[in-house]
Design a protein around this ligand. Structure first.
Ligand code: ZN
Length: 174
């Protein structure tokens, strides 16, 4: 089922999401609906607060270079209770967008690598060191679980530039 998105500046996007205690049928169905919705809306990531659920659950799609050197999106992945640690000192700027803030892209400085520990839908614990695009998507989605949006992390100049669009969005959301 495709879920309706919550847009900037809905209160739901500004709250801290709760840890998931157990993997229930309801959670499975939410995770699968989030995957379906992410694909439908053409996103590379979606966090539960973006569909109005204050739970620590994100879905992502990694990017990889295919046989003909073109960028392709990998299979959807579901990350439950992600915990980030060990950010690299090395950081890089990359343009980001967000399904909850349509029409806006801006460069965000983030660590190049991050360690992430999460649970899978079949109750396994996974720990990995993510780099590049994958690290970026995981950090962006994890921010959503803490009520943080990418526009909170952009330069004051960029923020000033997009302010009129943000204001229009905010008025629409009211
Ligand atoms: Zn987002």
């Amino acid at each position: 089922m495709i879920l309706p998105l919550f847009f900037y500046d809905h209160l739901c996007l500004r709250k801290k999401a709760q840890s998931i205690e157990s993997i229930t049928e309801e959670l499975r169905s939410l995770a699968n609906d989030m995957v379906e919705s992410m694909i439908h809306y053409n996103g590379v990531g979606l966090a539960a607060p973006q569909v109005g659920k204050l739970l620590r659950l994100i879905v992502i799609r990694d990017e990889f270079v295919g046989d003909n050197e073109e960028y392709r999106l990998g299979p959807p992945e579901i990350l439950i209770n992600p915990v980030l640690s060990a950010p690299s000192q090395e950081a890089e700027k990359m343009a980001e967008g967000c399904l909850s803030i349509p029409g806006i892209h801006a460069e965000v400085m983030r660590p190049s690598r991050i360690r992430v520990r999460y649970q899978t839908l079949d109750n396994r614990m996974v720990e990995e060191d993510a780099v590049g695009f994958r690290a970026r998507v995981i950090m962006h989605e994890n921010d959503h679980l803490n009520g943080v949006l990418f526009i909170d992390r952009i330069s004051p100049d960029d923020r000033a530039k997009i302010d009129p669009v943000l204001k229009a969005l905010k008025d629409k959301t009211k």
